[in-house]
Write a protein that binds this ligand. Sequence first.
Ligand code: NI
Length: 350
Amino acid sequence: MQYQTRKADVTIPSTATGADLCAALQVAFNEPTTIFKCLVKGKKLVNEELLETAGVKDGAKVMAIGTPSAVAASTAVKKADPLVKGFEKEDEDLAKQKRATEQALASPWGTEQNAEYRFARFGSLKRFEGQIPHPFAAKQLLTILATDPGVIAVMVARSLVVGLLEEMDPDDRYAAIQAKERGGCLLGYNQNAGQTIYLRLRQDSGAFRPYEELIDTLLHELTHNLVGPHDINFWRNFSRLKSLYLNAHLGRRISTSRALPDYERAKDVKDCERLVVEKLQYEAQSNGALTPDERSAVAQAARETSLLMQTISATKPVVAQTTPARSGDEKAELRAKMAEAAAKRLKPPS
Ligand code: NI
């Protein structure tokens, strides 16, 4: 490390962040109040960036720029107040949280997005800082959705590209207008056929919505990359995307030690189709946000899908993969789940 005319060797793990390195410099150069910035090959090292992703390798020469902190005096005053959490402590907590989240950012699925058909960027909401889940966790969740093997399969199969996948602000003006007009809660929307997809990640309690629901919303919004209005063509495409999603997870070997989200699983091909039909029937019966025409379009798509399923099972009996019918308990559970969603007046996304 070089700072002004001085040099120092700094040893730090490659999984540390830019902020960690800057903090280490305060020790290395014995400048505890100086705020450091680091330059790697002429580029400013971003605080949140991991050293390994920034290309900082063993033996790398890094230039440091320091600002002797005039802020330090006022920080000291604040710290004297026992009621105010010290700035330093706050920064430290934040850095810790960031590190933990960034390490988790590598997908638990053990997958990466396709190089071409992908979500280019992810966005979270700054205003949720200081709340749980933190915006970092929101960004992490968006990454998990984007690297879900089912979503990757959908993106590749339909050549989809999304510029930005962002957490939707529940107080968003557009969402508020939609909610007022349709009397429900908007769960997501797609701006300019894939420029930006907004997803409502949080429930009213503040906790994240169930993963399965988020995937359904994402699949709905991805369908809008292909079709604008909620017509028969839209629902045909939606059912195709949903069955692609479910099929991609069939027989997939899970070779990760990390905790996976609670994603929707089908037992076999037949079961995939059944889940698609059930979803469409649910939309047709319970989605109050849809017009009567839109509802009959969903119902028609549901009939087509079940017809397709019957044709498949009639012409090609699946001997090795017979599925036990859903047990009574499961059916009751599903009905309860649907009734609960309807009671909450949760309107599926538009
Ligand atoms: Ni829609």
